[in-house]
Design a protein around this ligand. Sequence first.
Ligand code: CA
Length: 229
Amino acid sequence: MRPKILLVEDEEGLILTLTHRLQAEGYEVETAREGDQGLELALHSGHDLIVLDLMLPGKSGFEICRELRQKNLGVPILMLTARDQVVDKVVGLKLGADDYLTKPFEMAELLARIEALLRRVQIGRGPKMAGVFRFGALEVDWQAGEVRKDGELLSLSAREFRLLQYLAQYPNQVLTREKLLNEVWGYNAMPVTRTVDVHVAWLRQKLESNPRFPSHILTVHGLGYKFVP
Ligand code: CA
């Protein structure tokens, strides 16, 4: 079955472009041009994902988000915001959006986020990793929270372990610093993407054979990081 996406957006040009592109990617698309209609459709039409603009006539994206979560609808929400204000992002995420994108955005970026959100729903919310995972000289026991390098137990902080866990959950995919910050640090964290860089550096020091030329946690210039098992 084709995933069904609800697009709540009031910019006509963007509606046309997005609808066209999403359909070309194999999604079924339903659109609402103002907030109240958006909420109504979201409540009753069983979508797999909602792309929700923040500034809308009628109910705002924030209100829609809050009402859906209050009614316990767990559908993934990707917020679009024209305002690049940290406070908006944080508030949006607190109200239950799963991800956000600031306009103008690259279509490829939007598609990647949509795919990631849909995939996350499929494998369940949050990481459910079991067993022992081996890559290179490393061995990770997810349940015990233990990481060994050449058989020797490493001392990782909880945050480093969580970061590794998240990276390993999405192998060979580019993960932006913002994404990592949101997923690993949580919504209450101060959104300073430098934090991510610092922790990645620490993790590399512990895991990589040659931290200066990492072979598992790679930097994707201008985008973020990629985990290669
Ligand atoms: Ca708008």
